[in-house]
Design a protein around this ligand. Structure first.
Ligand code: SF4
Length: 343
């Protein structure tokens, strides 16, 4: 079953794999768990069996069981969509989850290669496996595990990693930059802390400007024109029960860095919190963020006149909207140069 989707930057989702396991703080409010749990009780037996066994109740609430269901019959769905579609792949799983066999991931890529009219957006938190497989499959170092005579990396596949804070940015983005891809992107959603994309600390201590391509070594030398940079930055706040509020400056910093280097920037949503310009006293619905830290509701001696103090108001996702500084940000990437390999 493919779904039309409410995701602002895609026409539809395609879920040939279902089920996952939480890996980092960005997973704490994983909406896919609830979706999977509800659909396991769907009156249609085919839908219910696709979601069978994926979720469980725990003392902390609903969670994945760790099981992953491969839905082979869904692999053919993109062939049935006549009009070009922008497709978010695996919105209810992670394509590079360790339990998914390499041969199945290869099948997904083969379908994407065979349907170039569609644009596919793949997003993962398993950056290491993505890098390993895509490098292994590259015609330069090996070959895709299918007969492939078109361009590589696939020009219609955008590869991305989730980045909820600086720690995860420094863990996942360097792997993404080393992954063969026509378009590289990050989803900084839910954004849980400030992220500096122009000074990303690599494991060897070098600073990477992943928008401009420069690398500054620990010794201070600067190398320009790194072979890959990010093409698209999507960000947004968390929504739903237990949603953690973002500081508006976290979004502004990403936007400003993207604008400086001409990188496409997309603000998907505020989520369940929006900035409240006026002082508010309802301590059930407001928190105070200062310098990016949640300082509780109002704490002794708090002052809204501190330079970066913001009162965030809990509201519905719809009324929070998507505007930042008076407008929406809906930029999309253009594909960068693609190395054409004919094998
Ligand atoms: S990786 Fe995605 S689908 Fe998997 S648990 Fe985390 S948020 Fe949910």
């Amino acid at each position: 079953m493919a779904d039309n989707t409410a995701i602002e930057w895609a026409d539809r989702t395609w879920n040939p794999v279902l089920g996952c396991v939480k890996v980092s703080p960005g997973c704490d409010g994983c909406y896919a768990i609830t979706q999977a749990h509800i659909r396991a009780s769907n009156p249609h037996p085919r839908v219910a069996s696709a979601f069978n066994g994926l979720t469980q109740r725990t003392p902390e609430g609903l969670d994945w069981t760790g099981r992953v269901n491969l839905i082979r019959e869904r692999l053919g769905e993109p062939f049935t969509w006549r009009k070009p579609q922008t497709v978010f792949v695996n919105s209810l799983s992670d394509l590079f989850h360790p339990a998914i066999p390499e041969s199945f991931i290869a099948d997904v890529f083969q379908v994407m290669a065979a349907t170039p009219r569609h644009t596919y957006q793949v997003l993962t938190k398993r950056h290491g496996r993505m890098r390993g497989l895509l490098r292994k499959w590259s015609p330069i170092t090996g070959a895709p595990p299918w007969v492939h005579t078109g361009p590589w990396p696939l020009p219609n596949v955008w590869l991305g990693v989730s980045v909820e804070d600086q720690e995860r940015a420094e863990l996942r983005i360097p792997a993404l930059l080393e992954t063969p891809a026509a378009v590289r992107w990050i989803s900084a959603e839910p954004l849980l802390g400030p992220v500096d994309l122009r000074n990303l600390k690599a494991r060897n201590g070098a600073l990477i400007d992943c928008l401009g391509g420069d690398v500054k070594t620990p010794g201070g030398e600067v190398y320009s024109g790194a072979p890959s940079v990010l093409d698209w930055v999507v960000t947004g706040g968390e929504s739903g029960k237990g949603a953690r509020p973002p500081h508006p400056d976290w979004f502004r910093r990403l936007r400003d860095q993207c604008q400086e280097l001409g990188t496409a920037f997309f603000l998907k949503q505020w989520g369940s919190w929006r900035p409240q310009p006026r002082y508010a006293t309802d301590d059930r619905h407001h928190v105070v963020m200062v310098d990016g830290h949640d300082r509780g509701t109002p704490w002794p001696g708090w002052r809204l006149d501190q330079p970066d103090a913001v009162v965030m108001e809990r509201v519905s996702k719809k009324s929070a909207g998507r505007e930042l500084d008076g407008r929406t940000w809906d930029e999309l990437p253009g594909a960068r140069e693609v190395v054409v390999q004919h094998g």
